[in-house]
Design a protein around this ligand. Sequence first.
Ligand SMILES: Cc1cc2nc3c(=O)[nH]c(=O)nc-3n(C[C@H](O)[C@H](O)[C@H](O)COP(=O)(O)O)c2cc1C
Length: 195
Amino acid sequence: MNDLTPEDLLAALAGRYSVGPKQMEAPAPTPEHLRLAAQLALRAPDHLGLHPFRFVSVAPAQRAALGELFARAAQRRGLDDTEVAAARRRAHNGPALLAVIGRLREDVDDVPMHEQWMCIGGAVMNLLNALHLLGYGAKVVSGLSVRDAEVRDAFCAPGEVLVAWVIAGTPTRSTRARHDERVDDLLTEWLGIEP
Ligand SMILES: Cc1cc2nc3c(=O)[nH]c(=O)nc-3n(C[C@H](O)[C@H](O)[C@H](O)COP(=O)(O)O)c2cc1C
């Protein structure tokens, strides 16, 4: 790592892309690697250090239980048996599965909601980048399961939000090169106030 230039590191980060469940396989990130990635998430800008997020890992032994929650949620949405079975299977997606939980504080005047959401976004991005640099593929997915009260309550304390899931594993395909020209639109210079 010491031999890497800043440009090498940026190129490595620019090669991050979302890897879906069908494009990943075992092994899952090791517990130590997940811990490193969560530690990097803590480097997100966090006004007043509120830590408005946490992650919960779903162990392989718990996937069946999660599948039952997903299936019941699908039934409540009125889906048919085939769709309920598909929802149950989704709990087994990805060698590793993390719940992203938002812990938003409404009582801190100096840190409005949008700042806390920015922190959560930055944390998830850092988690994804860390997993990528460690050689794993990952993707943030939500789906309708996160909005189901029973699924939410199985992961969240009162007042917390089930934001999304992060699935992670070993990518089965190599990184696609991406050339994004949109930077010219998103990075401009302020021209000051007209006299
Ligand atoms: C909170 C959140 C939830 C998402 N939920 C889904 C989802 O349910 N299904 C999906 O295909 N993509 C979802 N996405 C988008 C993917 O994570 C990913 O960003 C997108 O496929 C673009 O890929 P890229 O990261 O390689 O640019 C979600 C993104 C975020 C931030």
